[in-house]
Design a protein around this ligand. Structure first.
Ligand code: HEM
Length: 361
């Protein structure tokens, strides 16, 4: 798509809302998006915004207030219930199943879990900014955050479901994609609630630097997850998602998978972490390689979980007890996906059936 076509597309969006300040921020967004590889997703998700009137405040811009007063109330599209979201779940699951050979056999599990985590993990409990509520990853500067490199693949994978289910918001779709991936890879049931909205406001887009840098140490990891509201146990449980998928030099500068079963959700990450590791000799970023086979990898922040006593005790617990890991992961991951979203008191999460369970019925 040419820059001209992009500009005219964005000015159409601005006209549809009749807002000149919005047009100004669109131009700002345009410059941030070009060259990030996120342009296709950006335009798609935005041009379809008008289909989403049930949950975008009828097209009005919601101006978040500054500081702790930001309110992000869940808004479930009218008339939609668990069956509607189970249909989206099933559609995503069957597309995953059609592409099991993606990324050298990793499938889309890792990609979708990482997308759900990065859309949520920008959250700061200190000012209630960031998080999955407004699906802001299509906007600059979040779209061009180096830590989000490669996630256009996951967003593009899910884009067709915005067409098929036009009432679902980006944040709901991206977080639901992660739930599908965990459950279909054999992981625990993850309680999930809908109601994120397609909010469009430059002020709601988090700055870069909120997602973790894998070259850092344990203290950094601890502080970063504390910013999201997690304790040490929850932090260790969440990082166990590194059983899925792999690193790609073209995204992060790191290379390889954490283990051989990278399309199954297991506690294998902790079992391997407790084995022997040495620094890989190569001209890429510092990362670790397993002593036994020289095939699998750990990031410096993964190794930090074993170096710091406040993390190590949980690594040992999860390596011994997969059931405990599943229980703790499901709870922490469900919380992660909802960070910053306010739900009505007593609202019950949905628990989705896996494809296998539905086949057995
Ligand atoms: C200190 C915290 C973390 C750091 C530094 C970190 C860093 C990374 C890096 C560098 C990659 C490789 C990306 C690429 O090259 O494509 C990656 C992949 C991945 N991360 Fe993390 N991560 C962290 C926590 C988490 C958490 C909490 C989750 C989920 C709950 C998660 C899920 C994943 C998954 C599933 C992949 C594989 C993606 C794929 O296969 O494309 N990570 N992570």
């Amino acid at each position: 798509m040419s820059t001209l076509a992009l500009k005219s597309s964005i000015s159409r969006i601005a006209k549809a809302t009749g807002s000149s300040s919005r047009a100004r921020s669109s131009t700002f967004l345009l410059s941030g998006l070009i060259g990030t590889g996120a342009v296709a997703s950006y335009l798609y998700y935005n041009n379809n915004k008008n289909n989403n009137n049930n949950n975008n405040n009828n097209g009005k811009i919601v101006k978040p207030l500054l500081g702790a007063a930001i309110i992000k109330n869940a808004q479930i599209p009218e008339g939609k219930g668990i069956q509607d979201y189970q249909s989206v779940y099933n559609a995503i699951a069957s597309k995953i199943e059609e592409h099991l050979d993606f990324d050298k056999g990793a499938g889309y599990y890792g990609q979708l879990v990482r997308l759900s985590w990065h859309t949520s993990g920008t959250y700061s409990k200190y000012d209630n900014t960031g998080g999955s509520y407004a699906g802001t990853m299509v906007y600059a500067p979040e779209s061009s955050d180096g830590e989000n490199a490669g996630l256009a693949v996951g967003r593009d994978f899910l884009v067709e479901f915005k067409d098929k289910f036009p009432w679902i918001s980006r944040g709901d779709l991206w977080t639901l994609g992660g739930v599908v991936a965990v459950q279909e890879a054999g992981g625990p049931k993850v309680p999930w609630r809908p109601g994120r909205t397609d909010l469009y406001d430059a002020a709601s887009v988090p700055a870069n630097g909120r997602l973790p840098d894998a070259s850092r140490d344990g203290k950094y990891v601890r502080d970063l997850f504390k910013r999201m509201g997690f304790n040490d146990r929850e932090t260790v449980a969440l990082i166990g998602a590194h059983c899925l998928g792999q690193c790609h030099t073209y995204n992060s500068g790191f290379d390889g998978a954490w283990g051989p079963q990278f399309n199954r959700f297991t506690n294998d990450f902790y079992v391997r972490l407790l084995g022997g590791w040495h620094v890989r000799k190569w001209d890429g970023k510092k990362q670790y390689q397993d002593d036994e086979t020289n095939t699998f990898m750990m990031l410096p922040t993964d190794i930090a979980l074993k170096e710091e006593s406040y993390f190590l005790k949980y690594v040992k617990e999860y390596a011994k007890d997969e059931e405990l890991f599943f229980k703790d992961f499901a709870k922490a991951y469900s919380t992660l996906l909802e960070l910053g979203v306010s739900y009505p008191r007593g609202s019950k999460p949905f628990i989705f059936k896996t494809v296998e369970e539905q086949e057995d019925e």
